[in-house]
Design a protein around this ligand. Structure first.
Ligand code: PMP
Length: 397
């Protein structure tokens, strides 16, 4: 084996680890490769395939020679379609290699060392790591389950300092599925109007996966558009995680700064994937409603089964495809003092992969993704039940 010991990590990535979600998925995959029977409910991607008409559009684009470097900010047809839907202009849209790159572009384009980014917790794990990579300082607002895992206007107001550059809001949320109500968004907007140096990042990547009325931040505070970045993409609703297409909508000056970053890092998002995303946005969308119904039925089944377990409390989330139960009672009863060791024991003892809440900034919980078939969900819940109640598992494990 070669010796890489002379390699030194940069100061700003000293504390950066491979995401706990990725580590867990890799461990589950390696246990499976050893022949173990593993149920993983840990990944945030739809189990549905990308619809055929989208794949056909990509194939046609490749055959049609759409295989050259595309324009940095995205192909005009796709930017125009996104702009049309959002009632903005092309110069206010950037297409990137997934919503993740939109977030990274925004942070690299705007943060100076020590600039603060407020993020209500629990938050998607990459938020804090992207901010750290861009030399910023994450400022975490803990949001309890009792408040629906949502930040209040007072909390936000108290967290803003002269160094605050951004507040990052995610609705519907990964990992909790929580959706901010119109009244809550109006309250947050009122605070943000008073703090004109703060930019507002609204991650709405799960907006099409809402099982209750969804209100977008832009609709309640259009006057704040010149400080807003709306993030979305095709990964979740259109089952296109591997195509890597996301976009940002914001003021032209912000978009062009993000384009400058993107141009040096990826040049542009894949031309073929952009053709596919255009087909997704302009093609038939009836499958969205069908899939939404399936997700909702799975959510109800999962929440009901979780709440029937001793020491587990699970709110019924209104969006996305995650539940984020409080498992403190079950943990204590089993003698665990943290959710990471609880999840590690779940994997070792009953072959179930779930992500510890700690990874999202709120320990004592775990995240279960219901973007899996009903059979897999039932099998996973059987294992969790067996682990918590000490009952015998009727499947090979
Ligand atoms: N935002 C949130 C809240 C997410 O959960 C994810 C994916 N897990 C993303 C952004 C990134 O999505 P993508 O890069 O696939 O577009």
């Amino acid at each position: 084996m070669r010796n890489f010991s002379t390699f030194q990590r940069a100061q700003r990535i000293q504390s950066l680890e491979i995401s706990e979600i990725v580590q867990l998925s890799e461990k589950a995959a390696s246990l499976r490769a050893q022949g173990k029977d593993i149920v993983a409910l840990s990944t945030g991607e739809p189990d549905f395939p990308t619809p055929a008409h989208i794949i056909e559009a990509a194939h046609a684009a490749a055959l049609d020679g759409k295989t050259k470097y595309p324009p940095t900010l995205g192909i005009p047809e796709l930017r125009d379609e996104i702009a049309r839907r959002a009632k903005v202009t092309r110069s206010e849209v950037i297409v990137s290699t997934g919503a993740k790159q939109v977030l990274a572009n925004a942070m690299f384009a705007s943060l100076d060392p020590g600039d603060e980014v407020i993020m209500p917790a629990p938050f998607w794990t990459s938020y804090s790591d992207i901010v750290l990579l861009a030399s910023g300082t994450p400022v975490v607002l803990p949001c309890a389950m009792e408040n629906g895992f949502r930040a209040t206007a007072q909390q936000l107001d108290a967290a803003i300092t002269p160094r605050t550059r951004w507040v990052m809001l995610n609705s519907p949320s990964n990992p909790t599925g929580a959706i901010y109500t119109e009244t809550e968004l109006l309250g947050l907007a009122q605070v943000l109007r008073r703090h004109q140096h703060v930019q507002i990042l609204i991650d709405e990547i799960y907006d099409q996966l809402s099982y209750a009325p969804f209100t977008s931040f832009a609709s309640v505070a259009p006057d704040l558009f010149d400080r807003m970045l709306i993030v979305n993409g095709v990964s979740k609703a259109y089952a296109m995680t591997g195509w890597r297409i996301g976009w940002g909508i914001g003021p032209a000056a912000m978009i062009s700064a993000m384009g400058a970053v993107q141009g040096q890092i990826t040049s542009a998002a894949s031309s073929i994937s952009q053709a596919a995303a255009l087909a997704a946005l302009t093609g038939p969308e009836d499958f969205l409603e069908k899939r939404r119904k399936i997700f909702k039925a799975r959510r109800d089944m999962v929440v009901d089964r979780l709440n029937a377990l001793p020491g587990v409390t699970c709110p019924r989330p209104e969006g996305a495809f995650y539940v984020f139960p409080d498992v403190r009672g079950a943990m204590t009863a089993k003698g665990f003092d943290n959710c990471a060791t609880f999840c590690a024991a779940l994997l070792d003892q009953v072959g179930l992969a779930l992500v510890p809440g700690r990874a999202f900034g709120l320990p004592g919980h775990l995240r279960l993704s219901y973007a899996y078939s009903e059979a897999e969900l039932q099998a996973g819940l059987d294992r969790l039940e067996a682990f918590i109640t000490g009952s015998r598992l009727s499947v090979a494990g």
